[in-house]
Ligand binder design. Sequence first.
Ligand code: COA
Length: 261
Amino acid sequence: MPYANILTEILDGNLEITINRPEKLNAINKDTINELAKAFKKGEENDEVKVIILTGSGQKAFIAGADISEFAHFNIEQGKQLAGEGQKSLFDLVENLSTPVIAAINGFALGGGLELAMACHVRIASSNAKMGLPEVSLGVIPGYGGTQRLSQLAGKGKAMELILTAGMIDANEAHRIGLVNHVVEQEGLIEEARAMAKKMKKNSPMAMASAIRSVNAGFNNKVNGFDVEIDEFGKCFGTSDFKEGTTAFLEKRKAEFGLKK
Ligand code: COA
């Protein structure tokens, strides 16, 4: 399906999604959020797609934030709805996707852009990337999960500092505080993401989905993460992937995993 604001391509088992509004530094408006949600869902449902890589078009920006022009005139109710619907339809969807998602941060990741990168399972940044949550400088706060996920990734003190100063940090500082997993030169960014995807693709899609659910459970205060892990661990024993993985090991051959369910 053609999209107006994003590009999608399946390459060697990776769904590569590129936000394509370079003239607006890939700021995400409502239509872009809807298209992204659709593309992520389709990727999850497609057995051919083993890993999803998200990046921005151009050399300058991953995503420079939510599109400020769209919400500048909103009232309290509309603001609440914007955050609530956005969190549910895209940011929580990505975080809980059963297919691994890698953010390849190729430039500015600000506001909603950093929030979307933080909802992805893994983040790789190019050395020119700049990250921040500048919302308080606009008289608002991060509303797509940023106050929560930044604290989870970098700790409460760093999250408070970044959010309250509305400042930007560079890729090396983001790496130092645990906000991104790796930093590489911009020319090598997509290759680095593909190399990580290649490692993931060797593994059981069903077990990776279980692992994602278990890790995420530790950040959900309505459930006990250890209990979820026990349950997910047990469920693995009923999957064809478990049979294939253990049999292949005992037969000293490479496991051939297939479907996601
Ligand atoms: N929403 C809407 N439009 C945005 C945007 C956003 N978050 N970020 C950038 N743009 C637009 C600019 O308005 C400009 O459009 P125009 O050419 O039609 O005027 C275009 O993208 C290029 O941005 P510009 O500001 O000219 O680039 P720059 O290199 O001078 O500055 C930034 C880059 C990222 C520092 C600057 O664009 C910026 O501060 N953006 C907003 C970041 C932000 O506050 N995000 C959080 C939103 S909640």
